[in-house]
Design a protein around this ligand. Structure first.
Ligand code: KMH
Ligand code: ZN
Length: 309
């Protein structure tokens, strides 16, 4: 099947409430926007949670429990629970929600890196919440830790017979593809694997078309036809890389986790607005959009009846 899967990453742990009034910062906003994004054409919803009082990223299963059942009741979308959580935590701290709710998919970050957000701080003079400025500036000295031991731990905890989670393997640079190849050869994952090329994070590969082609060529060399791939162009490159990625046979990820904008200098009003825009671009260039059930077949997912929420 040649259809294009749209993932929407609804809130993430990168942006803070000051940066956009549209960023979902509590469970109701996350559920409302996730449901609207699925109605607009997103087959996969990549989800993080936010603290109900401060809008800060949280990995507490209680906060996921506040929106997962509603999303399940109102959409048939595939739920992907992040194990990236928040870049200052260990993997052990980041996976309790995935364990508790056993979703069809989870993200899995394929290498350690400088995941740096601090240049964004220069754009804001005042901040809505006390935690925001320190969180963004502090990333200058942070290592987002995903060692081989960490990767194995997540694979063992979630990928085995108990949870049968399919991973969104987040690869922020070419070396991460080689890390994944090593892990695959060790028998850690089942094919088809689902790669997410994350491009444009400071600390990882830049978001341009040359690099996208290089990532894809490297993946072809390493994984043959045993993989599906998708692309994130973080920030301003979001729509362009998605459009080109789909032309190269990839899937796409949009959402306010990855970019707050709908056009140059214009904040997006919602996640659904970004999904609508990419869907229209893709259909104009001749791509067909995969439904949630088609996505389940393409990626070999365990199915909505096997989730734990
Ligand atoms: N915010 C993305 C660049 C995760 O959730 O595992 C990275 C991400 C990490 O999606
Ligand atoms: Zn994420």
């Amino acid at each position: 099947m040649n259809k294009t899967i749209i993932t929407c990453a609804v809130t993430g742990a990168v942006h803070t409430p000051t940066m956009s009034p549209a960023l979902p910062i509590n469970a109701d906003m996350i559920a409302d926007q996730a449901i609207a994004a699925a109605q607009a054409g997103a087959a996969i919803l990549h989800l993080h949670a936010r603290h109900p009082e401060t809008g800060a990223p949280t990995v507490d299963p209680e906060h996921f429990a506040d929106f997962l059942p509603r999303i399940k009741a109102e959409t048939d979308a595939v739920i992907n629970i992040s194990t990236g959580g928040n870049p200052v935590m260990t993997v052990e701290e980041r996976i309790p929600a995935a364990r508790a709710f056993s979703p069809e998919m989870c993200s899995l970050n394929m290498g350690s890196m400088n995941f740096a957000l601090h240049p964004m701080a220069e754009k804001y003079e005042t901040w809505q919440y006390d935690w925001e400025e320190g969180y963004i500036r502090g990333s200058e000295n942070n290592i987002f830790r995903n060692t081989f031991t960490d990767i194995r731990m997540v694979a063992d905890a979630l990928g085995g017979a108990e949870h049968r989670v399919k991973f969104e393997h987040e690869c922020y640079d070419v070396g991460h593809l080689y890390n994944l190849k090593f892990c695959l050869d060790q028998g850690m994952f089942q094919t088809p694997i689902f790669l997410q090329f994350v491009m444009g994070i400071l600390g990882g590969i830049a978001a341009d078309i040359d690099n996208l082609v290089f990532m894809k060529r490297t993946a072809d060399k390493l994984f043959g036809d045993g993989y599906q791939w998708s692309v994130i162009g973080a920030g301003a490159q979001q729509m362009k890389l998605a459009a080109v990625g789909a032309q190269l046979g990839g899937h796409v990820r949009v959402g306010l986790e990855d970019s707050l904008f709908i056009a140059r200098g214009r904040l997006a009003e919602s996640n659904a607005q970004q999904v609508e825009k990419i869907k229209s671009i893709l259909e104009t260039q001749g791509n067909q959009i995969a439904t949630a059930d088609e996505t389940r077949k393409m990626l070999g997912l365990k199915g909505i009846d096997a989730v734990g929420y």
